[in-house]
Design a protein around this ligand. Structure first.
Ligand code: AMP
Length: 947
């Protein structure tokens, strides 16, 4: 014990026991605002002990304020060290007991026995030692109050209190939750854990069931290992507790009335999950091991990337399970799952997320390494992307491929620390204690249902083999694998435990093992409660969208009168909802456009396209950076009341029973957001789903989504997707970063009609293109080079009739009536905004011998339509492709063979030449003067053929 300080002496001289209330009030005032109490008091309160300090009992303590706030309690000061003369020794110790018990809640996880291999280096945690709090062996029998704990007693001997806290927080479960600021949530976790000491007693049936599921987890890997030795399967061995975990998660979710669970996971353990949890027929899996193909079309994917769907029965009814397909790029499937879940919740009108539950299963190395994990957490409570909380499971095998040194793998204590950014509770659990695993699973499901927030289960296990089955792990992890080789399997350990408890006999265990193996050998289903004839009402019927022909010029006309009515509905400002002056003017202009008094511009046509789609009964969802207004101030789909800041979305109010129109400005992410929208679009075929990039080149932050999902998902996995990507593109002298949406990258990825790439140049074209994307039953991703300056270009206008009639034109023939086709001897082919520069130049030069033809869809390349157009020009001697992008970029390299093929059909004498910027490392010049010089040069070349 330290001696009473000067302050303590000062205190005791000023106060007697009757001043306790005053002292408490003073402390409360200090907690609210330290500056509100006199300096002398402040310095005393500042020195009250804290719980999280690693110091000896002799060291002066730091403020305890945060701690007490978290506890929701104000300390009774007179019982603390500040006024030693006023309180009894027992009362003083009572406070210390309280602090020690609290320390378990904060730091018990650091001492918990969560590593089955026992390799975890445990740090010393001084504040879990009674000595640190001035408590000794002699105090162990003394009775203290413990009504602030949930251990079922108001008071108990110290050793009993400590025993309860030790088994709650330092055995097989290490819980991190004191970073949560919501007191109710923390209390809930404390109550749930402490009341059963984190080890509820499970019935004999429940224990036998856990054993059976472990047997399935182990049996599956053993069977595959012996039947296909050395074949890559990324086995679950070491993490078999995942199977009882998932089984419990699904059953408990079902008991709450959930209708769907959507699961994302990387390759490790996937085959095991497919067969043991989702009920994939083992015989089908074996066929895949033998290299047989299942897709009737497409190129397929390896077996450990495959998704699956099934239904299982729970106490709350049938539940649909969907395991998402995933590429090898770890973690990217997490936001895809979130998008798919949100689509299902929207479909079920389940805004709270009661009915559809997202589960993302991660590896420890990827969870701490990949930035998209942070982006996905950041989405979790947002308006646009929230799904009512995700259950995250880390298969923490303590090694990523060959990297296991903590100094190499991460800077955080646990791989899960990133989850604290959203205040998710984190339950680290020893994978060799399957009952503890089931218990934290129950906690996680209950927590998610109760608080609708993310929660993390860190299943600490090991990897019995190498990264894959052909890999030798001892090359790089000799000590870990010495340990693993001697380590009994989870099933063996638990079977032994149950045998000791008399729950099962040795014969029963053998029968279990043999029974499972025989079921596999007979190709029987081995999942728990699989529904053989699933209720198809639980999922969407994709049949109308399958095997649709690619019809590019699809009728998207719309009755003119109805179009006008819709336009008035969405563009007429309301009484009492004052708009900002410029926005008001835009709406006034749109009113005139609807009457035919002004030519139609881009913003009008685009928003009207959405209105017609809604009117035809299909929902629309638009997200992306600043989409409500539009980066370039053209959309104004969200109105902002200038008096009170409230918002109004006209497109969400066109009819009482209309489908939803959701528009959300996204947080500043591309990768997770685009992945989310891919997940949404692949789950909601009847909705127009649009993602817009701030500037087109920012989509490169989501390149993995474009490569691994959008352009290849249909061919790898047979999953259709009608997502639209609006990518602002155009060379306007803004420098390298804001000019190019990197059209060449998309074109290079085009094959087998996988996506559509368009560059519409008129408002009518964007109107029909957006309508075509949803009115037609074809579901293919649509990549759009969308405009910036064209949004306001005086010539980039259309008429009402052009919107009402016709369809999207993949090729736009010469539109200037002054150009006589019979006299044209040069054709300039182009795509996108450069058309207007070319038309301008032609006019200035009075080059009436030149026709300009726009290719509005670059992929699938409209060869027949182009042939029809070109065939009208009989006198052509020179044909040129003009683009504003440098030669190594834009459409030139990827599309010239299409154009050449058509030109050859028109005349063998014609040769396509190039007019445009030279090849360049950077997308665009950084100086306006250079930009203009280059422009002038290639326009001369294209229109006048002067270089
Ligand atoms: P899910 O609800 O994701 O399990 O899907 C149920 C079934 O719908 C799947 O088994 C597929 O047959 C079909 N399906 C789901 N999504 C798609 C998609 N994007 N494209 C084609 N078919 C799909």
């Amino acid at each position: 014990m330290r001696n009473a300080s000067m302050e303590e002496q000062w205190l005791s001289s000023h106060f007697s026991g009757g001043n306790q209330t005053y002292l408490d009030e003073m402390y409360e005032a200090y907690l609210a605002d330290p500056n509100s109490v006199p300096e002398q008091w402040r310095s005393i309160f500042d020195k009250l002990p804290t719980v999280n300090e690693e110091v000896t009992t002799d060291t002066p303590h730091k403020p305890v304020r945060d701690h007490y706030l978290l506890m929701g309690k104000t300390p009774k000061l007179a019982t603390n060290t500040v006024a030693p003369n006023l309180i009894t020794e027992h009362e003083r110790k009572q406070v210390r007991v309280h602090q020690l018990a609290t320390a378990y809640r904060f730091r018990g996880h650091q001492r918990a026995d969560i590593d089955p291999l026992g390799l975890r280096k445990k740090v010393s945690v001084p504040d879990l030692e009674p000595k640190y709090h001035g408590l000794t062996l002699a105090d162990m029998e003394s009775v203290f109050q413990c009504s602030n704990l949930y251990i079922g007693k108001k008071e108990a001997p110290l050793k009993e209190i400590l025993g309860a806290m030790e088994s709650t927080y330092c055995c097989s479960i290490g819980a991190e939750f004191t970073h949560i600021v919501n007191t109710a949530e923390r209390r809930w976790i404390e109550q749930r854990m402490e009341s059963v000491r984190s080890a509820p007693e499970y019935s004999i049936d429940a224990r036998k069931h856990i054993l059976e599921r472990l047997c399935a987890g182990e049996g599956m890997e053993k069977y595959l290992g012996s039947k296909y030795p050395g074949t890559k399967r990324f086995g679950l061995e070491g993490g078999e507790a995942l199977i009882p975990l998932m089984d419990e998660l699904i059953q408990r979710s079902g008991s709450y009335g959930a209708k769907e669970v959507v699961i994302g996971m990387a390759h490790r353990g996937r085959l095991n999950m497919l067969v043991n949890i989702l009920g994939k027929n083992p015989a089908d899996l074996f066929d895949e091991f033998e290299g047989k193909s299942f897709l009737s079309e497409g190129s397929g994917d390896v077996k450990y990337h495959q998704g699956f769907s099934s239904n299982v029965m729970t106490s709350g009814g049938e539940i649909h399970l969907a395991l998402a397909f995933n590429p090898s790029h770890l973690e990217i499937s997490a936001p895809v799952v979130e998008g798919s879940v949100r689509a299902r919740q929207d479909r079920r009108n389940d805004p709270k997320g009661d009915l559809v539950i997202p589960v993302n299963i991660h590896g420890d190395a990827a969870f701490s390494g990949q930035g998209v994990v942070m982006e996905t957490f950041q989405m979790s409570q947002t308006r646009a992307y929230g799904t009512g909380g995700t259950i995250h499971i880390i298969i923490n095998n303590q090694v990523g491929f060959t990297t296991s040194r903590r100094e190499d793998a991460r800077s955080t204590e646990y791989p899960t620390d990133i989850a604290k950014m959203v205040q998710a509770p984190i339950f680290h659990v020893n994978g060799d204690d399957p009952e503890a695993v089931v218990f934290v699973t129950q906690l996680a499901v209950d927590y998610r249902q109760q608080f609708k927030r993310d929660v993390v289960i860190d299943l600490v296990c090991y990897r019995r083999r190498g990264h894959n089955e052909a890999d030798e792990p001892a090359m790089t992890q000799p000590m870990m694998y010495q340990q693993i080789r001697q380590h009994k399997t989870t099933f063996e350990l638990y079977a032994n435990k149950l045998k000791q408890q008399g729950v099962v006999s040795a014969e029963e265990v053998t029968a279990l093992v043999n029974g499972y193996r025989d079921a596999l050998a007979n190709g029987e289903h081995v999942a728990n409660a699989l529904v053989k004839e699933p209720n198809s009402a639980l999922f969407v019927d994709w049949k109308p969208y399958l095997n649709q022909p690619v019809v590019d010029e699809f009728d998207t006309s719309y009755d003119l009168k109805e179009l006008q009515e819709l336009a008035f509905k969405i563009n007429t400002p309301h009484e009492g909802f004052p708009l900002q002056r410029q926005v008001n003017k835009i709406m006034e202009d749109r009113g005139k456009m609807a009457k035919g008094a002004l030519p139609i511009n881009w913003g009008f046509a685009e928003t009207l396209a959405y209105a017609t789609i809604l009117q035809q009964g299909m929902p629309v969802r638009i997200t992306g950076q600043d989409v409500g207004r539009g980066t370039f101030v053209h959309r104004h789909a969200v109105w902002h009341n200038q008096n009170d800041g409230s918002t109004f979305v006209p497109l969400a109010h066109i009819a009482e029973d209309q489908p939803s129109f959701d528009i959300y400005d996204s947080f500043l992410s591309e990768e997770a957001v685009l992945a989310f929208e891919y997940g949404y679009a692949t789950t909601m075929p009847n909705a127009l789903v649009v993602w817009e990039a701030q500037f087109g080149d920012f989509a490169n932050g989501a390149q993995v989504v474009i490569d691994q999902f959008i352009t290849s998902g249909e061919h790898k996995w047979g999953r259709l997707c009608g997502l639209t990507m609006l990518l602002p593109h155009g060379y306007e002298g803004q420098g390298p970063e804001h000019s190019s949406a990197r059209l060449e990258r998309y074109l290079q990825l085009c094959a087998e009609q996988n996506i559509q790439v368009c560059a519409p140049t008129t408002p009518a074209q964007v109107f029909h293109m957006l309508r075509r994307q949803i009115v037609r039953n074809l579901r293919k991703p649509l990549v759009v080079m969308s405009p910036k300056s064209l949004l306001r270009h005086k010539d980039a206008v259309s008429t009402l009739e052009e919107l009402a009639e016709g369809h999207f034109h993949t090729v736009l023939d010469e539109s200037n009536a002054d150009i006589d086709k019979k006299k044209v001897d040069r054709i300039v082919l182009c795509s996108g905004k450069v058309y207007y520069d070319l038309a301008d130049k032609r006019q200035k030069e009075e080059a009436t011998n030149v026709a300009i033809i726009r290719i509005e869809q670059l992929y699938p390349f409209p060869e027949e339509q182009m042939l029809d157009v070109l065939s009208q020009y009989k006198k052509v001697k020179d044909i040129v492709w003009c683009q504003e992008e440098p030669m190594n970029q834009g459409a030139w390299y990827s599309s010239q063979h299409h154009m050449r093929r058509v030109i050859q059909r028109v005349s063998e004498k014609l040769y396509l030449r190039y007019a445009g910027r030279d090849a360049s490392a950077s997308p665009a010049a950084g100086y306006m003067s250079l930009h203009l010089e280059q422009l002038e040069q290639f326009l001369n070349d294209a229109i006048l053929n002067i270089q």
